[in-house]
Design a binder for this molecule. Structure first.
Ligand SMILES: [Zn+2]
Ligand SMILES: [Zn+2]
Length: 312
């Protein structure tokens, strides 16, 4: 599919960027899990086994672009260990860097620095499931983003990370966010993915798009156009019943929410337009919007999330 991405006509590539195999605690061998995602129509997959480099050069990509990666677990200070999703990590990266922190020590920053120095991208994985607070994430430098949705953590009710994401945005840390399966078992397959927006499906283009936040997270709904010009945010998308421009604290922009208008009817919409420049909540004029991110939900309850746009 294609997208009008803030004035640029780009292709979208469906990606699962958080994948485990029998190299760590996954149920499927690297070949089996590659086969599953390829047959489901995915374009890009990243192997991220725990504390292990992936050897994508030894795997038949079955028509997909495979990226090397790993999930690293440096000590997290207050929290015993963290989960850092490292994408496009060179196959010879020394993963032992992440194991050098002592319990109680915060060893996340040296790990993030080493991943960035090696040319990789570091995302903060499933922060709600781990128990991290937004301020602990905001204190880190060099993160490429966080996970807003993680299929494998839904079994204890902690798959969605919107609250932590919005806290980060409120702290002037508007990181982009991925949706991932974090697949370990068959019941984790295809619950959420990232649509990467770029010209072509080469490792160079795909990783540049990931570095620049040129993607959106989804469980099904698709964005066809995203635009922000002179204080006006506009979007077009596949049919949904809820479309909300999420912004700071009590700020928000509602295009449609079932039952919100009081008539109890569910309508489907395929576009929205928010005048971000002119909106002030009554009596709350001192609260300025600094970001806007679009969140849409379809009739089946599936979400899609645009990345935050900074409002000057
Ligand atoms: Zn994890
Ligand atoms: Zn994982």
């Amino acid at each position: 599919m294609s997208i009008d991405f803030f004035g640029r006509k780009l292709n979208t590539y469906r990606a699962n960027l958080h994948t485990h195999s029998t190299l760590s605690d996954g149920e499927f061998t690297p070949d089996q899990v590659t086969d599953l995602y390829s047959k489901a129509g995915y374009d890009v997959m990243c192997f991220t086994d725990h504390r292990k480099n992936s050897r994508i050069s030894e795997i038949d990509p079955r028509g997909m672009l495979l990226l090397p990666g790993a999930e690293l677990h440096p000590t997290g200070g207050r929290i015993t260990i963290s989960h850092l999703l490292c994408v496009d990590l060179p196959e010879d990266f020394d993963v032992s860097i992440a194991e050098r922190g002592k319990l109680g020590e915060n060893h996340m920053q040296p790990t993030i620095d080493a991943v960035n120095a090696a040319g990789g991208l570091c995302f903060f994985a499933h922060p709600y499931w781990c128990g991290f607070r937004a301020e602990e994430i905001a204190a880190l430098h060099g993160l490429a983003g966080i996970e807003v949705y993680n299929t494998s953590t839904r079994y204890i009710g902690k798959a969605y990370n919107m609250h932590i994401w919005d806290d980060l945005c409120d702290m002037y840390c508007p990181l982009p966010a991925l949706a991932v399966d974090d697949v370990h078992h068959a019941h984790d397959l295809f619950g959420g993915w990232t649509e990467i927006c770029c010209e072509e499906r080469t490792a160079e283009c795909i990783t540049a798009a990931l570095r620049n936040g040129h993607y959106y997270a989804t469980q099904g709904p698709r964005f066809k156009r995203l635009s922000y010009h002179d204080g006006i945010f506009e979007a077009e998308f596949t049919p949904v019943t809820t479309a909300i421009g999420m912004s700071n604290r009590c700020r928000g922009f509602c295009a449609e929410v079932p039952n919100f208008t009081g008539d109890g009817k569910t309508r489907e919409i395929t576009s929205c337009r928010f005048d971000v420049s002119g909106f002030f909540a009554p009596g709350k004029t001192s609260i300025k919007s600094t970001y806007l991110r679009l969140q849409i939900i379809d009739a089946q309850g599936r979400y899609a999330w645009s990345n935050p746009v900074a409002i000057p």
